[in-house]
Design a protein around this ligand. Structure first.
Ligand code: ZN
Length: 204
């Protein structure tokens, strides 16, 4: 991975719109962003006033069409997203940033190809390698630019993934700590979660 110096690069993110967003998880404000580096649109929901806040609880959630939207039990993404929204909805302030990196960055088509290989017995890491990808292609420079646009001072990251913390730190965001975010496994995702723990270093 190419290390970038956050101080030397200009932001890839423009904060383009915002509005109130009452939700089943509480009263949020939705922010919509346009990204010049990948041409995609991004969204974040914010509870309370996080401007210049320190230790702001933040969840960086990577898009999961199968789990978040379709209710797939192959992963724990939807549980993690809803738990993060519930948690932030119950406290004074915080944010959930939704990142456009489906399938840990390999996209939907390759993710479903990896699922087919997993149906044949490979684990998530082996399946990605069989397709010619590293086990995780996600990057956090865009997330860092979004957090800067939201003027967050420092964050407490709602995650079990030390790589996510390290990615944000490398992109110039101060991460005070990790807030553990562990979901109860189901019969379909137990081995997926075990692979996250053993091969990908997640704190599960
Ligand atoms: Zn998922």
């Amino acid at each position: 991975m190419i290390e970038e110096n956050a101080a030397e690069r200009s932001s890839t993110i423009t904060r383009s719109a915002s509005a109130q967003m009452p939700s089943r998880f509480g009263d949020f404000r939705i922010y919509a962003f346009q990204c010049t580096s990948d041409g995609q649109e991004y969204g974040a929901v914010v509870k309370g006033d996080i401007t210049n806040g320190t230790g702001v609880p933040v969840r960086l959630h990577s898009e999961c069409f199968t789990g978040d939207l379709m209710g797939s039990l192959r992963c724990d993404c939807r549980d993690q997203l809803e738990a993060a929204l519930e948690y932030i909805g119950s406290i004074e302030c915080g944010a959930v940033v939704y990142l456009r990196q489906e399938g840990r960055g390999i996209g939907l088509v390759n993710k479903v190809r990896a699922y087919a290989l997993q149906d044949g017995g490979l684990d998530t890491v082996e399946a990605n390698h069989a397709l010619g990808f590293p086990d995780d292609l996600r990057q956090y420079n865009i997330a860092a630019d979004i957090l800067r646009e939201l003027e967050v001072g420092s964050v407490r990251l709602i995650s079990n993934n030390p790589n996510k913390r390290d990615g944000l730190l490398a992109a110039g965001i101060t991460v005070d700590s990790l807030i553990p975010h562990r979901m109860t496994p189901n019969s379909h995702n137990a081995s997926y979660l075990m692979t996250k723990k053993i091969k990908s270093g997640h704190l599960l």
